[in-house]
Design a protein. Structure first.
Length: 152
């Protein structure tokens, strides 16, 4: 397969390409944004982009030591689920209890594109298009609804 060095180089090349492609795109609030390392401004809520040998994903990940607050944030997202899906699309999956090895229980909202491979440059346009569309849509939702999360 690929050595660890090759995996690192290919991955770095992909994300650099994506970053360059997205750099001129303004956020919904007309501010410059680092799309790859999107800052929500709310502690415990992050937007993650991922691509690997099987799929590409865009994820809202909610993780806090205070599990009740984490669930409150998730509940706020579910209260706006209709608006979220109208803005971001209907394919997003809401999961209140998702367990990871390193973070424990997190809550997620994610959309996935299967059967693409970051190690096949021919798949890059499809992956980039998917990531771009979904992170921009997520940003549009966040620009409109972030104030509700700031009140928590």
């Amino acid at each position: 397969m690929y050595s660890q060095t090759e995996v690192s180089l290919i991955t770095q090349k992909f994300w650099t390409s994506f970053g360059v492609y997205m750099s001129p795109v303004p956020s919904a609030s007309i501010e410059k944004v680092n799309w790859i390392n999107y800052k929500t401004g709310i502690k415990g809520i992050i937007f993650k982009l991922n691509a690997d040998k099987n799929a590409a994903t865009v994820t809202v990940e909610i993780f806090l030591k205070d599990i009740m607050l984490q669930h409150q944030y998730f509940h706020t997202f579910t209260n706006f689920a209709s608006a979220f899906k109208n803005i971001a699309g209907k394919d997003w999956l809401f999961n209140k209890h998702y367990f990871t090895e390193n973070k424990g229980e997190v809550s997620t909202i994610m959309v996935e594109l299967k059967n693409v491979n970051i190690f096949k440059e021919n798949d890059w346009p499809t992956i980039i298009s998917f990531l771009k569309h979904n992170i921009i849509s997520l940003d549009a939702f966040w620009a409109a609804y972030k104030p509700a999360f700031e009140l928590i």
